[in-house]
Design a protein around this ligand. Structure first.
Ligand code: UDP
Ligand code: MG
Length: 162
C-alpha cells in the first residue's frame, strides 16, 4: 500500500507545499502555483488553512529550539496559507529547487524566493525537504479523502520514458 507521499522516486511521488500568508497578502498565489503547474506537476490536493499557533508549531516541530521559532509560528498563524499536494517525477527535490534557498537573498533568480522575496522571515513558500517530511507533512495537513488521484488526459505529452 503506497503512502500519502506516493512512491519515492516514482511518477506518483508527492510533496507538500504551502503558500505562506505573506504571499497570500501580496497576491502571489497564482504566480506561485503557476510555476509548479507549468513545470508539469499535477495538483492533487488544495485548500486554504488558517493555522493555530499549536498547528504551526507541529508543522515546524524540528525548529522548536531555534531563536526564530516564536516569531515563525506567530507569522504562520497570522492568516490563511494555501496548502497543496503536488505530484510527479522527482517532485520532492524539484520543488525545493523551484523554491530556492531559505534566505531569499541567497536564492537564485528564477526561483520563487529569488524572484519574489527579500527576507527570510517573509519567504512566501514552504516545501517538504525530503521524502520522510513530505509523508509527515501531507498527513498533518490533509486527510486521505482530500487527496485526489485524478488522471490527466494529456499525460502522454508531459511524460515519456523515451
Ligand atoms: N526562518 C526564519 N529565520 C531563519 C531561518 C528560517 O524565519 O533564520 C523561517 C523561514 O520562514 C523558513 C522556515 O523558518 O522558511 C523554516 O526554516 P527551514 O530552515 O526549514 O527553511 P525552508 O525549509 O523553509 O527553506
Ligand atoms: Mg524546512
Amino acid at each position: 500500500e503506497a503512502s500519502l507521499a506516493g512512491e519515492e522516486g516514482g511518477v506518483t511521488e508527492r510533496t507538500f507545499m504551502a503558500i505562506k500568508y505573506d504571499a497570500v497578502q501580496r497576491g502571489l498565489i497564482s504566480e506561485i502555483m503557476g510555476r509548479m503547474e507549468k513545470k508539469g506537476y499535477k495538483l492533487v490536493a488544495l485548500k486554504m488553512v488558517w493555522p493555530t499557533e499549536e498547528f504551526a508549531g507541529k508543522h515546524y516541530h524540528d525548529l522548536k529550539e531555534r531563536p526564530f521559532f516564536g516569531n515563525l509560528v506567530k507569522f504562520m498563524s497570522s492568516g490563511p496559507a494555501v496548502a497543496m499536494v503536488w505530484e510527479g517525477p522527482g517532485v520532492i527535490k524539484m520543488a525545493r529547487t523551484i523554491i530556492g534557498a531559505t534566505d531569499p537573498l541567497k536564492s537564485n533568480p528564477g526561483t520563487i524566493r529569488g524572484d519574489l522575496a527579500t527576507s527570510v522571515g517573509r519567504n512566501v513558500i514552504h516545501g517538504s525537504d525530503a521524502y520522510s517530511t513530505a509523508e509527515e507533512e501531507i498527513a498533518l495537513w490533509f486527510s486521505p479523502s482530500e487527496i485526489h488521484a485524478w488522471n490527466r488526459t494529456n499525460e502522454d505529452w508531459i511524460s515519456s520514458n523515451n
